[in-house]
Design a protein around this ligand. Structure first.
Ligand code: 4FV
Length: 250
């Protein structure tokens, strides 16, 4: 396994990952060998005629759980494929909310196994025995853990050196510095009567940097003020934010 980052996906719907691993930034990284993705389908570890992968919950109630044995056999196969030092992550609404800081922390792991729940989820004892971390992508209920797994893979992969063509684009992404992103503009210069901010046409890179930082600070203050509570703003950032606020009052 020579890839910089290897993902082992435990999922009943591995075909959901084909478009994701064959297109765009991730597709190129897989093609170049920087990323490797292997899938492990619990259904391949069934032995009954109906290839059963779900089971009824103790205590009754609606819904089903993922059947334990095919799931744990698939997890075991993924761990064997990963070799040493793999991190096992279960995607679930009960997990720690994923944010950019969490993405950066997870990106330190070269080998991650992502367990994608279906139905009402998985037996708690499987979590206790096999899972290192439960991760949630948000407070809403999806039909499966596959989309959360792709969200995690995409956000982590973008931090892997060489995955993004132009390194700056990862640096300037939203949340990399804890702030929302500034507004962006491209051709034409006037669109529906709205012009591109003149500073962006000035060619003055320092003024442009300051304008972008001011917009990011101001937008964060307006839309997600709680994010500022976790940041120690530099003197320049404090000045730029005050300028943004005073310009609003004019
Ligand atoms: N939000 C989330 N962040 O990570 N995973 C989810 C999520 O809704 N998972 C589903 C819950 C039941 C089903 O098994 C899969």
């Amino acid at each position: 396994m020579t890839a910089d980052k290897w993902f082992g996906i435990v999922s009943l719907f591995p075909e959901m990952f084909a478009p994701f691993t064959q297109q765009g930034v991730i597709g190129r990284a897989v093609k170049s060998g920087t990323l490797a993705v292997e899938t492990f389908n619990p259904r391949d570890y069934t032995h009954d005629r109906h290839r059963t992968v779900d089971d009824r919950p103790y205590g009754g109630g609606p819904g089903m759980l993922m059947m334990v044995k095919p799931l744990t056999d698939a997890i075991t196969a993924a761990r064997q494929a990963a070799g040493e030092n793999s991190k096992v992550i279960y995607l679930s609404p009960q997990g720690k909310k994923l944010d950019q800081a969490g993405v950066a922390r997870l990106a330190d792991n070269d080998r991650m196994i992502l367990i994608c729940g279906r139905y009402e989820g998985i037996d708690e004892r499987v979590i206790e025995s096999h899972v290192d971390e439960e991760v949630s992508i948000g407070d809403y209920v999806l039909s499966g853990g596959e989309l959360p797994a792709m969200v995690l893979m995409d956000s982590v992969a973008r931090l892997v050196p060489g995955v993004l063509g132009h390194k700056a684009s990862a640096v300037e992404d939203s949340f990399t510095d804890g702030l929302l992103d500034c507004p962006h503009y491209t051709r034409p210069e006037v669109l529906d009567g709205r012009s591109v901010p003149s500073v962006l046409l000035s060619g003055d890179h320092e003024k442009i940097r300051q304008w972008r930082q001011k917009q990011a600070l101001g937008r964060t203050w307006q839309r997600r003020p709680e994010l500022l509570n976790h940041l120690a703003l530099t003197e320049e950032q404090q000045r730029l934010l005050e300028e943004f606020k005073s310009q609003l009052q004019r």
